[in-house]
Write a protein that binds this ligand. Structure first.
Ligand code: PLP
Ligand code: COI
Length: 341
């Protein structure tokens, strides 16, 4: 298989139209078989549910070329489960788990030429999503839906790769206490756009959102969960009902405990404690683990002891072990790696 002639080492996190995508339609109470198509465009009615009331949710996962030349995905079963939770919360029909995993594999296999080579630092980002497609004008769920998956080769989510980020404590909320923060609803991202544009204009890379009820606890950023490392090397991650259950974060907690022998804690993290941590990272499919060097709370700077030049030592070990597992250099826990080819 001849690979596309891309500058793999210098890819950013952007959309590139690849060869094939998967489309399935839900009508009269059931999903059709679905198929791969070459057409990246969607034609829908002007009153489609997704356009009027944002009835849409999505997933994000990656395909990797391993050291031995296989193409694999990482824990796609957990993306299937999370999409099911998102659909239930948004009154959308669920897409069956086995079919989800098969469709992801079909899209990756059909775009094999776009899967970045081992060692390039790039990966194939896979974006499954479901949206209401028939006309809806009264506020209610759609009756017809489309499920699609496209794939696009990507490099690091944050420009500068492993360079520590500067983030600000946001004055905006990302999620309500009993809202949709724990699912991957498109609407969560729509409402974070003003906050991220504002943060970028002020020179920050991302926002730290606090819990919307008391604004005393750390939640997450617009696109990643937090991991902190204490000065005695304990890995701590915030627990909250209004953050997305990150697959990367859940995996890293296993890596920290089982591979690195570190103590791990998932618990409420008060913002007041942040100044005492040794390291901080943002974790997610797109972010992998991106180190944070500085957190700014209304002009007050918290400088993590790991500094602004490189990842802290524990973050680096977590990063190397997780990516080693994903790229087939380190043996994975059972069921984590789904081999496509
Ligand atoms: N939190 C938010 C808000 C996200 O958008 C993402 C990205 O998917 C994550 C966390 C990380 O989740 P995962 O590790 O499953 O990609
Ligand atoms: C992902 O990491 O897959 C996400 O969906 C985050 C998004 C900000 C790109």
């Amino acid at each position: 298989m001849e690979k596309k002639n891309l500058d793999w080492q210098n890819l950013g996190f952007g959309y590139v139209t690849t060869d094939k995508r998967f489309v399935a339609n839900y009508k009269d109470g059931k999903w059709d078989e679905g198929a791969l198509t070459e057409d990246p465009n969607i034609v829908m009615n002007e009153c489609a549910g997704v356009l009027q009331y944002a009835q849409t949710c999505f997933e994000g996962l990656k395909a990797y070329t391993t050291k031995s030349g296989h193409i694999v995905t990482f824990r796609p079963d957990l993306n299937a489960d999370r999409l099911i939770s998102s659909c239930k919360r948004l009154e959308m029909p669920v897409f069956p788990k086995e079919k989800f995993i098969d469709a992801v594999s079909a899209v990756v296999a059909a775009n094999e030429a776009w899967v970045p080579p081992f060692g390039s630092g790039a990966t194939l980002y896979i974006r499954p999503y479901i949206f209401g497609i028939n006309p809806v004008i009264g506020v209610k769920p759609a009756d017809e839906y489309q499920f699609r998956i496209f794939a696009t080769p990507v490099g690091p989510y944050f420009k500068g790769g492993a360079k520590p980020l500067t983030i600000k404590v946001s004055d905006f909320d990302r999620a309500a206490p009993k809202g949709t923060g724990n699912i991957k609803a498109g609407a969560n991202y729509a409402m974070s756009l003003h906050a991220i544009v504002t943060a970028h204009q002020e020179g920050f890379d991302e926002n730290m959102y606090l819990d919307p009820a008391t604004r005393t606890k750390v939640e997450e950023t617009g696109g990643a969960n937090f991991l902190f490392v204490t000065k005695d090397n304990k890995v701590v991650t915030p627990k909250s009902d209004s953050i997305l259950p990150s697959i990367t974060r859940r995996s890293l907690m296993v890596v920290a405990k089982e591979y690195l022998g570190l103590e791990v804690e998932e618990r409420e993290v008060y913002f007041d404690e942040v100044k005492d941590f040794a390291e901080c990272g943002l974790c997610g499919t797109a972010a992998v683990i991106s180190p944070v060097g500085k957190i700014v709370d209304h002009g007050k700077e918290i400088c993590l002891p790991s500094g602004m030049d490189s990842m802290g030592p524990v973050t680096k070990k977590l990063y190397d072990t997780l990516t080693g597992i994903q790229m087939g250099e380190i043996e994975a826990p059972k069921g984590w790696i789904h081999v496509i080819k």
